[in-house]
Write a protein that binds this ligand. Structure first.
Ligand SMILES: *Cc1c(COP(=O)(O)O)cnc(C)c1O
Length: 343
């Protein structure tokens, strides 16, 4: 099977497992796990922030990051296909009593004008005030879209000048960094809170880190414990994340090239489904037009290729550590052939 459903399907390498097995550990609720502390400090420094908090998932890191900036009854503004709006099971509202409004986007790409048009930082006594803006880089459902730096910076300036918080869902910030060469502190410094993930393209089994000021992270630690998400000898997991940081960031360029290879093979057979030039990182979205996506994905599975049908006419393929460029080429031939045959 060539599994392109997500970059979360990777399994830890032998070397990563060895690093995990050898990690010094302690009770992290007592603040005594040296491997967790080292990872939190390393990631905070990488992003130019004071402190970090290791979390079990990206959703948890986002829920905590947004909660630091938004009080119950206030709103966070994000784009209409944002992971925090669509894929976190309503956690921000269900757990923390905040509301969301969304602005439109094309492929998830940030347009500062769209943000400025809907935020209401000081809405007075009769309307909900916007407490924070959240953006995603790269954008998942948009298809691995890289946010233009000047748009990110323009929204940062809007937030700063109007007193709104600014959160980055950086689950795949590593991909944006490798694809653009923009350094990580340049991204990090724009935001009050930022989450990054180790179990996507970096190939670790578990974990995200939230970064912010030392005061904010101390508050987030309390909120995390309140949610029942304090943990003990988590250094075993932090060691996998640290290993991924040291060994699996630079190679993300290979995933980006493999995604292009996949898209090119699809387009050679079904040109309308995807423009290979529009593939920016490791995610490829296929537009199946009037052909239903579900049966195409099911048929691909019969031919040994797993992809996700994420919408009625949308298929997503994601490249990662555990697939080769050659496999991605073969998978593209199969998907392209099925799409051409169905039309
Ligand atoms: C995967 C992902 C997350 C977090 O997901 P978890 O499954 O909770 O780790 C957050 N944001 C984006 C953009 C993602 O792709």
């Amino acid at each position: 099977m060539i599994d392109l459903r997500s970059d979360t399907v990777t399994k830890p390498t032998e070397a990563m497992r060895a690093a995990m097995a050898a990690a010094p550990v302690g009770d992290d609720v007592y603040g005594e796990d040296p491997t967790v502390q080292a990872l939190e400090a390393q990631v905070a420094a990488l992003l130019g922030h004071e402190a970090g908090l290791f979390c079990a998932s990206g959703s948890l890191a986002n829920v905590l990051g947004v909660r630091l900036l938004v009080e119950p009854g206030q709103e966070v503004v994000c784009d209409v296909t944002a992971h925090i709006a669509r894929a976190e099971m309503g956690a921000h509202a269900a757990l923390h009593g905040l509301t969301m409004r969304t602005f439109p986007s094309v492929r998830g790409r940030l347009d500062a004008g769209q943000v400025a048009a809907i935020v209401a930082p000081d809405a007075g006594p009769y309307l909900v005030s916007t407490a924070a803006v959240a953006v995603e880089n790269t954008h998942n459902f948009g298809g691995g879209t890289i946010q233009p730096y000047e748009q990110l910076a323009e929204v940062a300036e809007l937030c700063r000048s109007t007193g709104m918080g600014y959160h980055l869902d950086g689950a795949r910030l590593w991909n944006a960094h490798v694809a653009t060469g923009v350094d990580l502190p340049a991204y990090g410094k724009l935001f009050d809170t930022a989450s990054v993930c180790f179990s996507k393209g970096l190939g670790a089994p578990v974990g995200s880190v939230l970064v912010s000021s030392a005061d904010n992270i101390a508050r987030a630690r309390v909120w995390r414990k309140r949610l029942g998400a304090g943990w003990r000898q988590a250094g075993i997991l932090a060691a996998g994340a640290a290993y991924a940081l040291d060994h699996h960031v630079a190679r993300l360029g290979d995933d980006h090239a493999a995604a292009r290879t996949f898209a090119t093979a699809v387009a050679e057979r079904a040109a309308e489904a995807v423009d290979p030039a529009g593939v920016e990182t490791n995610i490829v979205v296929l537009d199946t037009a009037d052909v239903p996506a579900g049966p195409i994905a099911a048929e691909a599975a019969v031919h040994g290729v797993l992809v996700s049908a994420l919408g009625a006419h949308m298929i997503r393929a994601v490249t990662h550590l555990d697939v080769t460029a050659e496999q991605c080429h073969d998978a593209g031939e199969i998907l392209g052939g099925l799409l051409a045959g169905a039309r």
